[in-house]
Structure formats: C-alpha cells, structure tokens
Design a protein around this ligand. Sequence first.
Ligand code: SF4
Length: 268
Amino acid sequence: MNDRRHAFLQEMGLGPVWSRRATLPPSAAAVVDEVTQESEALTADFAAAGLSSISEAAAPVALRFEEATETGDDIARMDWEQLKAAVAPCTKCGLCRTRTQTVFGVGDQRAKWLFVGEGPGRNEDAQGLPFVGPAGKLLDNMLIAMGMKRGENTYIANIVKCRPTDANKRDRAPEPDEANACMPYLQRQIELIDPTVIVALGKTAALSLLQLDPATPVGKLRGTVHRYADRPLVVTYHPAYLLRTPGDKRKVWADLCLAMQTYDGAGK
Ligand code: SF4
C-alpha cells in the first residue's frame, strides 16, 4: 500500500482492504496488476466512505489537519482537560522533536501562588514533572521557607512544555520563537488558575511574561512588582542559577519577601 493511500485510509477511519503481494519478481504484468488493484481498492474505499473521488476524499483530511492545529483563540476557551489533551501531542515548535514527553505543570489548579520557570530539563523531561532534581529540591525548600508546600495553594509551570537542548543534548534556555509558540498554553493555565501572585523564576520566565527586550538583565527586574494580565508579578533568580551561585540566596529571599508582602497586600 502506498503512503498516500495509507494516509487517506487512516484519516477516514477505514482499515486496509487490500494487501500488496510482496516478493514476486517485478514485471510489467505485475505492475499493471498492482496498479489495477490499487485503483479498485481506492474506489471501493471511497464508495464505503460515501465519496466519489480522490479530491472529495482529500477534503476531510485537510479539515482534520486544521482541527488538530488549534489557534490561540481555541486554546483560550479550553478547560483543564482539553488543555492537557492539546499539549501532550503538540508540534507547534521544533522542541517536539527532541522531547521525551511534554511537561504540563503541577499543583493546585486554584492556587493563589504561581511559580513559572523556563522549561523542562533532563530530569523533568524524563519524569514529566516540572522542577524535579536538585533545582526542584531547592524550589521546594524556598516554598517551605515561605510557609508553603508544593501542591498546596501553589502551582508550578514553565514557559515551554518541552525540553530545549543544544547540539550536544545539554539543557538550554528556550529561544524566543519557542517561548512564543508555547505561550498560549501558559496564558490559559494562568487564566484558569487565577493566581493572586506570580513569581517568575529566572530571565526567560520574566522576559517572556513581561514581553521585554531579551537583553534585559534579571537584576534590573528584581525589587519591583510588575503586572502580568493585571496580576502582580515578582521576578527572582532561577533555582538552577542559585545552585551555581549560592551567594545570591539572600537576594532571592528578599524577592520572596516582596512577593509575600504583595500577596498580603492583595487581601486574598
Ligand atoms: Fe508545543 Fe510548547 Fe512543546 Fe513547542 S514547547 S512543541 S509549543 S508544547
């Protein structure tokens, strides 16, 4: 069966009704026989589907493809289950080619606190959960220091849901086009969660959410309460950075104190 016919049958939900007789030596008669059977089988398949021509058959194939490529408006109307179902097979950017699985996010779907990182790393890609491994452990400790716990009134997500890697298969930050492609999913998560305070963990999260110039240093964004979709947003360093630069833990604690003051001030 040729690839095009196979694709048609799959898209139309029709099982194969003809199998190629392989291993015979090619001859003109065999080729003619094959083409004839192929044609007859396709005609029968189209008739079974209530179609009269190949062009008529192509229409539902095209329609299905469009349906699978949801727009930002489609995503903005999704509930949690629809959103998860859309993310899992997503191919909107090149990161789909190297992921093991998508990493959707984890936590209380009505949390008042939302923490946003940049993207899954090796451990997250393997487990399908955000912030596992040493950086995740540090984030958990930060939550404990704030009197909170992962999964309780907190939600943790990333700017991109697939692991970005470089040519040597090492973790890297997502490119702006990858972040832009994935952003509608996070936007919908934020609308569904409706958090009181958002904490952007690191440069990629801060710049993507605030739509700022990529050259903006995180240090310039700290110490200020920003706004994302009319919600307060506080910027701090990514836990992975803190593992490399433990001397900056004091700065992160100051940022988290600002976030807690903002939360208290919101009166929720
Ligand atoms: Fe889709 Fe986001 Fe993964 Fe890109 S990173 S393939 S947009 S889920």
